[in-house]
Design a protein around this ligand. Structure first.
Ligand code: APR
Length: 232
């Protein structure tokens, strides 16, 4: 029998307990920077070196981070569900925990591509990108990150997954950044939505929602246990 499709939408709160700071909990500053200076197309044109250095330090920080109990619990769900993780995070902690299917809406820190092209995309691991690092065609490399002001290429695929799921879990996202937040409106009418977040996102949910006011590392294993029991 086909497994039920369970989609998990994750945001910065998912990785907070792995030591990676969220964006909006720190007063609109991301590691001391105005998000628009370091994560936008304008920011790149204004000061590419600063943008590269910003992502280089995020990448170095990621190297020492480890998946938390929340990431690990989501892997367990694969025993009984067809799990699709849609993450706004640019870290690789879901993959390192062992999740099989992860869609990165906002790109990936451990990948690079040429400035003016969507591809090719290279794995760079935890290596820095510097001004002057070129591909074989002489194009400057940039992080494979979706900045403010850019299209979100994985949206179409993500929308399809949400529209065909039977359960939606939302973990650690403020749901203020679009188009990612709009995915929630695509959930089928009868599919339950579970939200794990110490603070409730200010979002007008359409369907039946259950809020679990807990951190990702505490709330996720609890809910996963419940969801696995529910189908056994
Ligand atoms: N466990 C679960 N949730 C948490 C935790 C935790 N330990 N700590 C904080 N949170 C919650 C906060 O309450 C908040 O609702 O995580 C959410 C983090 O929200 P944001 O910082 O806005 O992060 P996110 O929703 O992922 O931002 C979306 O904005 O800057 C862009 O591209 C960036 O992908 C990012 C997007």
């Amino acid at each position: 029998m086909d497994k039920e499709k369970l989609v998990v939408l994750t945001g910065a709160g998912m990785s907070a307990e792995s030591g990676i700071n969220t964006f909006r909990d720190s007063g609109g500053l991301w590691e001391g920077h105005d998000v628009m200076e370091v994560a936008s197309v304008e920011g790149w044109h204004r000061d590419p070196e600063k943008v590269l250095e910003f992502y280089n330090s995020r990448r170095r920080q990621l190297k020492d981070a480890k998946p938390n109990a929340g990431h690990e619990a989501l892997v367990e769900l694969e025993k009984q569900y067809n799990v699709v993780i849609i993450t706004q995070n640019v870290d690789d902690l879901h993959e390192r925990a062992g999740s099989g299917r992860v869609i990165h809406l906002h790109g990936e820190l451990t990948k690079a591509r040429p400035v003016d092209s969507e591809e090719p995309i290279w794995d760079i691991g935890f290596k820095d990108i510097r001004l002057g690092d070129m591909d074989e065609k002489g194009r400057q490399l940039r992080p494979h990150i979706v900045w403010f002001g850019e299209m979100v290429p994985m949206m179409e695929l993500a929308a399809l997954e949400v529209a065909t799921c039977s359960k939606l879990l939302i973990i650690g996202t403020s749901l203020v950044v679009y188009p990612a937040a709009g995915l929630v409106d695509l959930v089928p009418e009868h599919a339950p939505i579970y939200v794990i977040d110490p603070a409730e996102p200010e979002y007008r949910f359409q369907s039946n929602v259950r809020f679990i006011h807990a951190s990702a590392s505490v709330g996720t294993p609890k809910l996963v246990k419940e969801l696995l029991v529910a189908t056994s």
